[in-house]
Design a protein around this ligand. Structure first.
Ligand code: 5AD
Ligand code: FES
Length: 347
């Protein structure tokens, strides 16, 4: 087992059967995590980067089977922030020291390209030294290009699963895996720092699917990779399915760190929801990003992708303080820098 981990550490690649051994066997996770932490330190030192998350809309035209804000969930409470409210969240975050804002939302047709572009350019004009990340789902090449021209720096779009048959088990027929992948390659081509990723332990997921996810990521070469355990959500088709395993997710974070040494990998909210110290353990397994919630408190309980989501009652400053304590208690340095991927040379 040690030689598989050592080979992955040295060569950043191993065979499919070696990946399945790392995922399935009783491996020495302490050794795996220590090698992942070592690689992370080599590339990014002790820093953990802070991204302020603003959940801009809980309206979504899609119907992903796992997600709480799917269009078909008649019990979901819907809200949409105005551009002014979003800018106020950014300013508040900026005053607390945050330099990266992630605008995330469902695929909400009311957020037209024009509105998004104006919003991005307003944020960049008011706060020139920040990075703006969008996470607004699948759009055309032209739309992505217009967002980039308006000043957006990064885009997060999890591929969810790289296996086409598995994709169809998680999504209705109106969505297709080819388009999702196409979107990701378009984002890279346009020059976004691009984030992909998937849920760990989503219904019907097998080890082979996870291997396909890693192989897909090798082709895409995203700057950011987000993974978190699947957590069931009431009033969705998967409400009675088992949650993904925290342990498997942690092990995968470490494996991804060894495959993709310079990737920005968050310790996600889902990981913190699945286990009270999930994010701290994520950092120790090789993650180097956290995303405090900057959404206005009165909308937080409406952006529910899965049950028992954490950080839904806290003020922005409380969430940031809480994360700061967690990062420092895990032995890392809280970094307010923009935290660009190291392949980006800033003008
Ligand atoms: N459990 C865990 N993660 C989820 N996501 C959506 N629904 C769930 C769920 N039930 C993830 C998806 C999406 C991201 C914003 O949140 O991977 O891309
Ligand atoms: Fe949000 Fe702890 S990180 S409250």
């Amino acid at each position: 087992m040690y030689n598989i981990i050592d080979r992955l550490f040295l060569e950043h690649d191993i065979s499919d059967s070696d990946i399945s051994s790392l995922l399935m066997d009783k491996i020495d996770t302490i050794y795996l995590f220590s090698k992942a932490d070592e690689v992370r330190k080599l590339y990014y030192g002790n820093d953990v980067y802070i991204r302020g998350l603003i959940e801009i809309s809980s309206f979504c035209k899609n119907n992903c089977f796992y997600c709480g804000i799917r269009a078909g969930n008649m019990n979901a409470e819907r809200y949409r922030l105005s551009s002014e409210e979003i800018i106020q969240c950014c300013i508040k975050g900026y005053d607390m020291g945050i330099r990266t804002f992630v605008l995330q939302g469902g695929e909400d047709p009311a957020f037209t390209d024009e509105i998004i572009c104006r919003l991005v350019s307003d944020i960049k004009r008011i706060i020139p030294d920040c990075a703006v990340t969008l996470s607004l789902g699948e759009k055309s090449y032209e739309s992505y290009l217009s967002f980039r021209k308006a000043g957006a720096d990064r885009y997060l779009l999890r591929h969810e699963t790289a296996d086409d048959l598995h994709y169809h088990k998680l999504h209705p027929d109106t969505m297709n895996p080819a388009n999702r992948k196409k979107c990701l390659f378009n984002l890279k081509k346009i020059g976004f720092q691009t984030g992909a990723g998937f849920m760990v332990g989503s219904p019907y997921q097998t080890v082979e699917h996870i291997i396909s996810d890693i192989r897909f990521l090798q082709k895409l070469r995203p700057e950011m990779i987000g993974i978190g355990p699947f957590i069931h959500c009431r009033n969705t088709p998967f409400e009675n399915y088992d949650n993904g395993s925290t342990e498997l997710c942690l092990r995968l974070i470490a494996i991804l760190r060894l495959f993709f040494p310079d990737a920005l990998i968050p310790a996600t909210t889902a990981l913190g929801t699945a286990s009270p110290d999930g994010r701290e353990r994520g950092l120790k397994a090789g993650a180097n990003v956290v995303m405090p919630n900057l959404s206005p408190v009165n909308v937080r309980k409406k952006y529910i992708l899965y049950d028992d989501k954490i950080c839904t009652g806290e003020e922005s400053a409380e969430c940031l303080d809480c994360l700061k304590r967690r990062i420092e208690s895990a032995g890392y340095t809280f970094s307010f820098s923009r935290g660009d991927h190291n392949n980006i040379k800033r003008e």
